[in-house]
Design a binder for this molecule. Structure first.
Ligand SMILES: NC(=O)c1ccc[n+]([C@@H]2O[C@H](COP(=O)([O-])OP(=O)(O)OC[C@H]3O[C@@H](n4cnc5c(N)ncnc54)[C@H](OP(=O)(O)O)[C@@H]3O)[C@@H](O)[C@H]2O)c1
Length: 281
């Protein structure tokens, strides 16, 4: 059985849900008639049904569960407990697969507030899902089967790439690829400012910096060379690049970036800890 055979229900019709639906339809992984969204804000419902003709948008989360097989929890982490408690009566562990994309909500939390033996999968996508270029980590709960994980993999590939990882890595994944787009954006902004500082008009600096960033990522992906080899390709003895690299080293560039990933990971662990305390209450 593939995704096409299932009815997909999204609880929460926000930014992420929209990105995922766009990916699913663009990749023809399913048809709009196979998608239901429950969303409390009526103008948002209207927007989604206009944007994706054939999709059904409703108010009732339990109604959505009853009509769906594959349920995607796409609400903010703060209201997850409320939503899980609400849908719990409608979830049938023999029928439903429940996938959460909420940051920092562990499998134990999902399983705690859903009926015994519910098959749950935790996913950590990133903002690039909006342009179908996400890297998502996913991990299955106590009752998840290999078939469930294969379905989730099919789902995730509709809006980017994915990796099946143990849950212990999820704080680190949040620190690297979850927060990563912000770190890369900060790098890009600094590169642009550097160009402006040496006299380039801002639009020119933006174009040069952006294509340099995406081109280098492509070079890395397509040649299979490691970052050190790519760096060596541009760095001639006594040349311009080595002077720039020395300036970066003197100002602790690598250490700063590593510390950013570490700080984001630690914060994610702190938040996860707080959520887990809820489970033990
Ligand atoms: N955005 C990202 O880059 C990103 C990356 C990784 C993971 N995530 C996760 O994805 C999830 C969704 O994020 P988002 O950026 O899409 O947030 P969002 O745009 O705020 O979407 C959440 C949606 O859920 C709706 N909602 C609120 N209460 C509800 C309820 N009781 N039942 C059903 N729907 C309800 C909200 O409606 P109202 O607006 O009317 O309240 C809103 O449309 C979050 O848990 C986040 O951690 C996001």
């Amino acid at each position: 059985m593939g995704l096409k055979d299932l009815t997909l229900g999204f609880i929460g019709g926000g930014q992420m849900a929209e990105a995922l639906i766009r990916g699913l339809l663009k990749s023809q992984s399913t048809a709009p008639e196979r998608i239901i969204v429950s969303e409390p804000f009526e103008p948002r419902q209207k927007y989604l049904t206009r944007e994706f003709p054939g999709l059904k948008a409703i108010f009732d989360n339990c109604g959505l569960v009853r009509e769906s097989d594959f349920i995607v929890l796409a609400v903010k982490p703060q209201i997850m407990k409320e939503v899980l408690s609400e849908i719990s009566l409608a979830v049938d562990p023999t029928r439903h697969l429940v996938v959460s994309i909420a940051a920092g909500i562990p499998l134990a939390f999902l399983e705690r507030f859903l009926p015994e033996k519910t098959r749950v999968v935790r996913v950590m996508p990133n903002t690039a899902a909006l342009v179908l270029a996400s890297i998502s980590a996913f991990t299955g709960g106590r009752y998840t089967t290999a078939e469930d994980l294969a379905l989730v993999e099919e789902f995730l590939k509709a809006f980017g790439e994915c990796l099946l990882l143990p849950e212990v890595y999820f704080d680190a994944v949040t620190g690297l690829s979850g927060s990563g787009p912000a770190f890369v954006a900060a790098f890009l902004e600094a590169l642009i400012d550097g160009g402006v500082k040496v006299g380039l008009p801002r639009p020119v600096a933006e174009k040069l910096a952006l294509v340099t960033l995406s081109g280098t990522a492509k070079l890395f992906q397509e040649t299979g060379k490691n970052p050190y080899e790519i760096k060596s390709m541009v760095t001639s003895p006594g040349g311009t690049t080595i002077c720039g690299l020395k300036a970066l080293a003197e100002r602790g560039f690598s250490g700063s970036l590593m510390a950013a990933v570490e700080a984001a990971t630690e914060r994610s662990a702190e938040l996860t800890e707080k959520v887990l305390k809820e489970v033990s209450k």
